[in-house]
Write a protein of this length. Structure first.
Length: 347
């Protein structure tokens, strides 16, 4: 008789419902997805989900819940399961979509997505999710709110400029737009002050931010955004994983001698990280020899400045991770020292 060695629950999360599949792996490595059900994305639905899983699963083998990081809709369920001490893994959507391609599915529905997630949970060795520390969650909320305010203010300024350029501008519209811009600027200032207060309350966090700010182009808002979006690199194990999480990893299509697609970044990751690194990367190129040399080398290779700037973004993010993990500041003279050491070695 075959023995169950692993059990998993795959959950496809939507705003209002959870589409769930239950599966198990036997000691001969065969898989079986044997139950499906839909629950409401509410606390009552969470309780019903856990009850259903207990009823249909083997009590002697632990059950791992697996779900995608779907915007913010998965967070309430994740916190509920974490509070109840259930094994939980949250996977980036690009990993699930890549896995689904290997299953050769003819149609993609919520049910097939949940089945793919449970198969992923059974086949892969997964890390247990840890809820973000409160301070990093607050930083993420505040920096995302600020980003939205900046977008709204920029849009309103553009509208104001267009209104003033008209032949007969509407004075009342201009007055309202100016008032809106003032309100948004006041709110943006309040968020900055709130972030500063958070840093003052946590000496270690303040030290980490100052450490990251030793990198050229990186200011406080860049540093706190990166720490907030990555939960202080809590689940990041290496640079490759970090660049994939940010969507700065390179995808390339090659097949034989006839198919050769242009390498490009995947963009299947955290867009807030990519956006916050854009201007710091440009500043680093202007002010630091190391980043400038990376930029010049890549531009001379393929002639694409924007592509080279993205490579500098990736390099900057990787160095932030390295500095944070090693707890050391950036050495601006590192490249010069490295070249001197090479010259000494050659002589």
């Amino acid at each position: 008789m075959k023995k169950i060695v692993k059990q998993a629950v795959g959950i496809d999360v939507a705003q209002k419902e959870l589409v769930v599949s239950l599966g198990k792996m036997y000691d001969d490595w065969t898989l079986e997805v044997y139950a499906h059900k839909t629950f409401r994305n509410t606390e009552k639905g969470f309780i019903a989900l856990v009850t259903w899983v207990k009823k249909l699963s083997d009590a002697e083998v632990s059950v791992r819940y697996v779900m995608e990081a779907t915007g913010v809709y998965h967070e309430c369920l994740a916190y509920f399961l974490d509070e109840k001490n259930y094994e939980l893994t949250i996977v980036l959507p690009n990993k699930i979509s890549s896995f689904m391609k290997t299953l050769d599915l003819k149609t993609v529905t919520d049910k097939t997505a949940a089945e793919a997630i449970v198969r992923f949970g059974l086949e892969r060795k997964l890390e247990t999710w840890k809820r973000p520390q409160t301070v990093f969650k607050k930083l993420k909320q505040l920096t995302r709110e600020r980003e939205q305010i900046i977008q709204d203010r920029t849009g309103t300024k553009n509208q104001l400029h267009a209104e003033k350029a008209e032949a007969e501008p509407n004075d009342s519209s201009i007055k309202r737009m100016k008032k809106r811009i003032l309100i948004l600027s006041t709110q943006e200032k309040e968020i900055r002050e709130e972030i500063t207060e958070l840093l003052k309350q946590d000496a270690q966090l303040e030290k980490s931010v100052e450490l990251l700010c030793t990198l050229p182009g990186v200011a406080h808002l860049t540093a706190v955004t990166v720490l907030g979006e990555t939960n202080a690199f809590e689940l990041i194990r290496n640079k490759k994983q970090l660049t994939s999480y940010a969507g700065l990893d390179v995808k390339e299509k090659l097949s034989g001698t006839s198919v050769k697609g242009k390498p490009r970044i995947s963009k299947r990751g955290n867009r807030y990280l990519r956006k916050v690194l854009h201007f710091p990367a440009l500043a680093a190129i202007r002010t630091d020899d190391r980043f400038k040399s990376v930029f010049v080398r890549l531009v001379s290779k393929h002639g694409l400045k924007m592509k080279a700037a993205v490579a500098v973004q990736r390099k900057l993010l990787e160095m932030m991770y390295t500095l944070f993990k090693n707890n050391v500041p950036y050495d601006q003279n590192y490249l010069q020292k490295e070249n001197q050491e090479k010259c000494v070695a050659l002589n």
